[in-house]
Design a protein around this ligand. Structure first.
Ligand SMILES: [Zn+2]
Length: 85
């Protein structure tokens, strides 16, 4: 199974509940992304449920994009390194 936020592969015991960052019942997040989940729960505690869905959706989109950019940069660096060898 892959993390719903950073997309790394996880073992069963590494999976965490992603609510409120994802409300899809099949989604799980890794140990690292679970810190984003916990922080979101703290920050969104007094937010109206309707607004929580909007904030959480936006935050999850930002995090997913950030991790995709990180992966792309790492792949590019690896490619350059392989070219040099
Ligand atoms: Zn993750």
């Amino acid at each position: 199974m892959n993390c719903a936020i950073c997309n790394i592969e996880m073992k069963e015991y590494e999976c965490h509940n992603p609510v409120p960052l994802s409300i899809n019942r099949e989604d799980e997040v890794c140990k690292e992304c679970n810190y984003f989940v916990t922080a979101s729960r703290i920050h969104l505690i007094d937010v109206h449920p309707h607004d929580e869905v909007i904030f959480a959706g936006m935050l999850t989109g930002i995090l997913k994009t950030a991790f995709a950019l990180k992966r792309a940069e790492e792949q590019h660096a690896k490619m350059l390194q392989e070219e040099e060898e």
